[in-house]
Design a binder for this molecule. Structure first.
Ligand code: DHB
Ligand code: FE
Length: 279
């Protein structure tokens, strides 16, 4: 049977891609951020996952404001990074995993999650930057990626509880998949940030740290925050926390926190990095 071995949270800011391309990891601005990754890479190289279930959001590339699925899942054999700029270099394609992807889709629909199923899907920094961070030199080609995309761009957006429950259903699918695969789950994006408007640059460190503490073993305590609360507390892009909740829903009741890093600001954003091992 497939096994869920752990969860990882990471920022997906496009400027990270540019810093990787320009080799800025050791510069004073970037070092405190990039220093958060070696322990996670070490864990990944020991655990050797076969599949990443990757919760991300599409920033207007595959789904623009005229068509916006709340939840969409990729079932393609390959995904091309087709980001809209940000100074990101061209990178190799991402490998898909069609069988488990379809099994997840079947389970979700049985569980009354009416997802959009994507046999083709362009992907952006929300999905690619986390892979580049975990596998330096763009060596992620051997990992099979299942993209789970959550609408964080246009209201109405799903609640934290709904995203957590989406994760629970995905866990059920993985645990009933009849192949010996090790699966790791990524919750990408966040934490507090607002990219435009009057509060552009808004970051809320106490709120971010509270969310990091709660996500470990009291994720349900975060259900009290509505999407509107998230915008107030964590900025217009604060609902990206939904990807963290999806990831956390896939893990079991109790997890072990093996590592964390929090650094502000990276670009306009509070960058939170965590490694949670499934019990
Ligand atoms: C930034 C953050 C994001 O989440 C994003 O999608 C694009 C840019 C930023 O802080 O620059
Ligand atoms: Fe984003």
């Amino acid at each position: 049977m497939a096994k869920i071995i752990g969860g990882i949270t990471t920022s997906h800011i496009p400027a990270i891609g540019r810093a990787i391309t320009l080799n800025l990891q050791e510069t004073p601005y970037w070092k405190p951020f990039f220093d958060g990754y070696p322990p996670i890479r070490q864990w990944l190289s020991e655990k050797k996952p076969d599949v990443v279930v990757l919760f991300y959001n599409d920033h207007g590339l595959e789904f623009f404001l005229n068509k916006k699925p709340t939840f969409s899942i990729g079932v393609a054999p390959q995904y091309i990074s087709d980001d809209e700029g940000w100074g990101i270099a061209t990178i190799p394609p991402v490998t898909g995993e069609t069988e488990l992807s379809w099994h997840i889709c079947n389970t979700l629909v049985e569980d009354e999650f009416d997802i959009t199923i994507c046999q083709e899907m362009k992907v952006d920094h929300g999905l690619t930057i986390p892979l580049q961070l975990m596998w330096p030199g763009n060596t992620y080609g051997h990992i099979k990626v299942i993209p789970v995309c959550i609408n964080c761009e246009q209201h109405p957006m799903p609640s934290l509880k709904r995203c957590f429950n989406l994760g629970r259903s995905i866990a059920k699918a993985i645990e009933t998949f009849d192949k010996d695969l090790n699966v790791v789950v990524f919750g990408t994006g966040g934490m507090s940030h607002q990219l435009d408007g009057q509060r552009a640059g808004f970051i809320n460190k106490p709120f971010d740290l509270m969310c990091m503490n709660k996500i470990v073993n009291e994720p349900e305590d975060l259900f009290q925050y509505s999407v509107r609360d998230l915008v107030e507390q964590a900025g217009a892009q604060g609902p990206e926390l939904n990807m963290w909740m999806g990831m956390r829903g896939v893990l079991n009741g109790k997890v072990t926190e093996l590592h964390r890093n929090y650094h502000i600001p990276i670009s306009n954003t509070g960058a939170g990095t965590m490694l949670l091992e499934n019990k």
